[in-house]
Design a protein around this ligand. Structure first.
Ligand code: UT7
Length: 332
């Protein structure tokens, strides 16, 4: 019997309407469009506005669009996994809220927390339920409302992050397409370099945590940059080698959008030219778990069945890894 693989059979994204430009940031912190553009490649990012609106609003919109687009009924969904570090609440999970909002009454659902690697971790996890034969329709979401944990007085972080969500549908196939291989890694020693200190069980919210501005994401940018460049490039190269893929055989690099310089270094290591690198960082910034599904959504019309894609990410934790996907639909 041929092996069952998990194929991505649809992708959808959601971006909030409000556009926060570099020019607007120039009026908020001591920065410039020129600095942000040359150091990161970002020109603008989207922000979810509105009282009481959390990550589930964006995630649910992406899932509703995905169901409609793929002709899938909400009650057919077996499992929803949401990668996020900005859940609506500590509990219940954002995936629980999404399943209720979209009417996935027969699904179970849970969140995965792996910062900027969240979507690739969740994609590997979701694909196991398909490959095992246990489930037939799994939705994997990457969604973050980063504006909820960003300090707009800190010019080293507020220029980078934005809000957004993307979702994919996974279904079984016996064809030679789908999630072909994955390699993941984490190292908790990286925690000190990229974290949100308070709001968890170590430092629950108090006057002191608020006064100290500990409910915001902080990073040692230069250290994170160094680890990100090395590990994203290493793991992208490793997964190519393990699957005997030459740079000619790779159709697309789908890299987490943290910094254009990290993406360029990864592509360079893989021997790929710019035309093979998906990029939308200039328009959305770093949406954390959202970046990779949003790229797939943006580039969907250019993808062909059988295209070899390498997904690669690095993020807080530290967490990182790469996934080899053979695209399952589109013109041959
Ligand atoms: O997605 C999760 C993982 N995160 C990442 O992968 C992010 C990795 N890190 C980065 O992308 C970069 O480190 C940053 C974009 C965060 C910063 O760029 P950098 O080239 O590493 O700058 P730096 O932190 O070394 O700072 C260089 C200078 C400093 O000034 P001095 O000390 O040299 O006078 C900063 O204060 O740039 C200054 N600076 C800024 N200047 C204008 C930092 N942020 C800004 C800013 N505007 N927004």
């Amino acid at each position: 019997m041929s092996k069952i693989r998990a194929a991505i059979t649809g992708v959808e994204g959601y971006l909030p309407d409000y556009v926060l430009t570099n020019q607007e940031l120039e009026t908020i912190v001591d920065t410039s469009d020129e600095w942000i553009t040359t150091r990161t490649g970002i020109k603008e990012r989207r922000i979810l506005k509105g009282e009481g609106k959390g990550t589930s609003v964006m995630a649910s919109a992406a899932v509703k669009g995905l169901l409609e687009k793929t002709g899938t009924k909400a009650e057919e969904i077996d499992l929803i996994i949401c990668a996020t570090v900005t859940p609506d609440m500590v509990f219940p999970s954002t995936a629980n809220l999404v399943s209720a909002e979209v009417g996935a009454v027969n699904a179970f659902s849970y969140d995965i927390s792996a910062a900027c690697s969240g979507f690739i971790y969740a994609l590997t996890t979701g694909s196991q339920f398909i490959e095992s034969g246990l489930y037939r329709k799994v939705i994997v979401i990457g969604a973050d409302k980063m504006s909820s944990i960003i300090d707009y007085e800190d010019r080293t972080t507020c220029i980078i992050f934005g809000d957004g969500a993307g979702a994919v549908l996974l279904e079984p196939t016996t064809e030679e397409v789908g999630i072909m291989d994955s390699i993941h890694k984490s190292d908790g020693n990286g925690a000190e370099f990229l974290q949100m200190k308070a709001g968890g069980s170590r430092y629950p919210a108090s006057h002191e945590t608020v006064d100290n501005r500990w409910h915001y994401a902080r990073q040692d940018g230069a250290t994170v940059f160094k680890f990100a460049v090395t590990n994203m490039a290493d793991y992208a190269a490793k997964i190519m080698e393990r699957n005997s893929l030459s740079s000619d055989e790779v159709a697309w690099l789908v890299p987490h959008q943290a910094n254009k310089r990290i993406i360029d270094a990864t592509a360079n290591r893989m021997g790929l030219t710019d035309e093979k690198v998906m990029m939308n960082i200039s328009r959305y910034g770093n949406t954390t778990s959202g970046t990779i599904p949003l790229l797939l959504w943006d580039y969907e019309s250019q993808l062909k069945k059988g295209d070899n894609l390498i997904l690669a990410a690095f993020g807080g934790g530290f967490t990182w890894g790469a996934i080899y996907v053979k695209w399952a639909y589109g013109a041959n």
